[in-house]
Design a binder for this molecule. Sequence first.
Ligand code: FAD
Ligand code: SF4
Length: 818
Amino acid sequence: MTHPTDTRPKLVVIGAGMASGRALEHLLDAAPDAYDITLFGAEPRGNYNRIMLSPVLSGEKTYEEIVTHDAAWYAAHGVTCRFSEPVTGIDRARKVVMTATGETPYDKLIVATGSNPFIIPVPGHDLPGVISFRDLEDVNTMRDTAARPGAKAVVIGGGLLGLEAAAGLRMLGMEVTVVHLMGHLMERQLDEAAGYLLRKELTGRGITIRCSSNTKEIVGSERVEALRLDDGTEIPCDLVVMAVGIRPNTALAREAGLAVGRGVHVDDQMCSSDADIYAVGECVEHNGQVFGLVAPLYDQAKVLARALLGEEAAFVPKQTSTKLKVTGVDLFSAGDFAEADDREDIVFRDPARGVYKRLVLQEGRLIGAVMYGDTGDGNWFFGLIKDAAPVDEMRETLIFGPAFQGGAPVDPMAAVAALPDDTEICGCNGVCKGDLVAAIQNGATDLGSVRAVTKASGSCGTCTGLVEQVLSATLGDDFVLPSAQPICGCTDLTHEDVRRLIKAQELKSMPAVWQELGWKTVDGCHVCRPPLNYYLLADWPLDYRDDLQSRFINERKHANIQKDGTFSVVPRMWGGITNAAELRAIADAADKYNVPTVKVTGGQRIDLLGVRGEDLPAIWADLNRAGMVSGHAYSKGLRTVKTCVGTDHCRFGTQDSTGLGIKLEQALWGSWTPHKVKLGVSGCPRNCAEATCKDVGVICVDSGYQIGVGGAAGMDLKETERLAAVTTEQEAIDITVAFVQLYREHAKYLDRPYKWIAKVGLDWVRERVVDDLAGRQALIDRFAISQSVYQHDPWAAHVDKEQARYAPLANLKLEAAE
Ligand SMILES: Cc1cc2nc3c(=O)[nH]c(=O)nc-3n(C[C@H](O)[C@H](O)[C@H](O)COP(=O)(O)OP(=O)(O)OC[C@H]3O[C@@H](n4cnc5c(N)ncnc54)[C@H](O)[C@@H]3O)c2cc1C
Ligand code: SF4
């Protein structure tokens, strides 16, 4: 929306954070044209979901996934963005804000400057390597430090933020120590028993926890080298993360002469002591209270938007509940759980499952709840606390949650169906069950649309399961499960989740995956073992050993089993080229082993069909002796590179397509991939090698090489899409290798490249393998590491192991037969 001669009142916003982002959304939804809006941000980016920095740190999410307002959103809503431009002053008399580039006038001003992390002023606090955990820069610093081999971190503060930082750093492989002043972790949210269970869990993950410890000094000359405690203990470290609390960021407001206490004073309409200046978010103080969680800030944002439109609304702080966003740690806390004479506790423990629940009652009402290990009923308890509902009648069964009330069966769906409409489901966004049901009845029938309409599950995401249950309870049989299905019945995690977590948590064996990701079976099943085996060997080629038992029979036998129980044997023919000696060896083998059918394949290879299982080692040995290796015609790996004759023999040929095909095959053979991979190289656009329906197809042209990807000619028929056009053969090889490695690292098992590209987008692929030269080289390097382990001939290895008499074996460094 552009307003060339804009007469609208000018609204200036200081701070592009979560509170102002939400306020702008409400304002623009209600009255898109009411204000000419300018948004100043000190960070070099727009609004993102700060809550989700923890999963970005641990590698479970990317920054792109947590952006809430991108450039397109600001443009579409006509918001003028001035990012990387901190406001340095407010002149209330002239109604302007000042930045390094000049002054900007306002009619109405919103101060939304958030908080500053508190830095304990101990000696050494200003050394490089001492940081807080507040924004993306902090996360990047932590990830960069963690990438150094053997790097160590100390996190000061065992509260919510400190523990999320510690867990994330640990998942990145750092040695982590948490130094906490108090006697147990998260003492503001947890009692000692739950604190103990949490400590046990984190210690089990390799994090050292030091409670009742006080920092005396941070030691280092150029940068941080160690942290010294009061008792003289020195903990060597390369990084210190201070997560000891936040202070409302009030400097601007104070200098401008606004009423400021701990935060910027606001009334119920979020108006400061100046009628034209509002404040919202963590920087405010309302009736003596300051805020540090998003739920109340979002309520403030709603009120502020209405106030800016002259509508009536008043901010009323509500109770908040707490969840820790550490994968695999289930923890919930709400209300007041301090001990007192007039309070009684109901406690449930299940040591085998590591479950602890404690409810605190006062005068027949629930006033506090702490849960560890099983937090499914958390929101229901939270609802009882907020409503101050009498619970005497269900006292006996209260601790077992809503499913046990009124004699109902223990059925989670029944429990969700029984929840009253005003039960809060999404704490971050203050969305109640009734809001969800209304949205569902108005046509939002899947998670994505319910999230879009209500925002439920869009912030920290811990209520996603509950939102789905409300969907299911409301829609009954019409509810379609989200398309992201778990791998199999052994886990609730999707392929994508598992791939991400294997990397993020550095899980390097199947037992580690089963244990850390909570597999429900002892050792997986025939459905999940093959993908796990693939993900582990692709991500950790130097650490993980391929597990033959987790392979399909063709891969175990290194040959395709036929319908009569015999096998087919396909030797590799580099680029589809062979010679008399090879053909003679194939003919001899066909005679010797009574091979009934010899067929030329669509990929320009020769297939010996009908070989008996017991003859396999011998026929492989014979073919090895003639210099041939396995053609991997059975594997989820590189199958064939089909070529045309190119400049060698064809008058239309523009480049040496055969030579390039051979080089590509020599580079890629032996690698395991999520599904089979086929390549084609044609010497000119006449395309005799049918390269445009391959996973990677190169078309040679006078100016160089056109590389297409994502073709298919099976159940689906699809033409390749252009990934890049390059001038040199080496670039064509590099881009192809990098593409295959990117596919290996990211695709879901059994997704062919065209399916994977459809999910991630060709632009995403191009950015990584074409545009980002350093990234491309890193992919090539990682591929080389993997090939150093996996590029070997399975025929030779098998023969070598079981039939030592077959010597000498094939020279695996052999050049292509020419
Ligand atoms: C790692 C992490 C995890 C969290 N997890 C949770 C959670 O699980 N649940 C929960 O409820 N809350 C959580 N929080 C807290 C939540 O993120 C904050 O409550 C929320 O972001 C505060 O919103 P805000 O808009 O007030 O401040 P912010 O989001 O911090 O935004 C303020 C913005 O103003 C900018 N700014 C400051 N001064 C100026 C200036 N002079 N000029 C221009 N721009 C300026 C800042 O750079 C910042 O971008 C978490 C916070 C962090 C850091
Ligand atoms: S693709 Fe072109 S160069 Fe290759 S054989 Fe066909 S016509 Fe000749």
